[in-house]
Design a protein around this ligand. Structure first.
Ligand SMILES: [Zn+2]
Length: 84
């Protein structure tokens, strides 16, 4: 599972090895062999690496671009638009 967190300045991105400064956001993901799992090794991603990995998305809310760490389906309540 994944958790969006705010760095206190002591977290390092496990991908680019960059120290994530306060108050930047980062993402903690439980992974097993590179695959997201419920419980595994916790990998920390800075926002840039999360974006590259596809774990983060930019979303426009009320005219402002914000970064979200969750899939679209979990952040927006969409009407049923299923179609063939
Ligand atoms: Zn990084």
């Amino acid at each position: 599972m994944r958790r969006g967190c705010i760095s206190l300045g002591e977290v390092k991105c496990d991908v680019c090895q960059r120290t994530i400064p306060y108050p930047e956001r980062y993402l903690a993901v439980d992974e097993e062999n590179g695959v997201e799992v419920e419980k595994g090794k916790t990998i920390h991603y800075c926002t840039q690496c999360a974006l590259e990995r596809g774990y983060a998305h930019h979303k426009e809310i009320k005219g402002e671009m914000i970064l979200t760490f969750f899939p679209e389906s979990e952040t927006i309540e969409e009407p049923d638009t299923s179609q063939e």
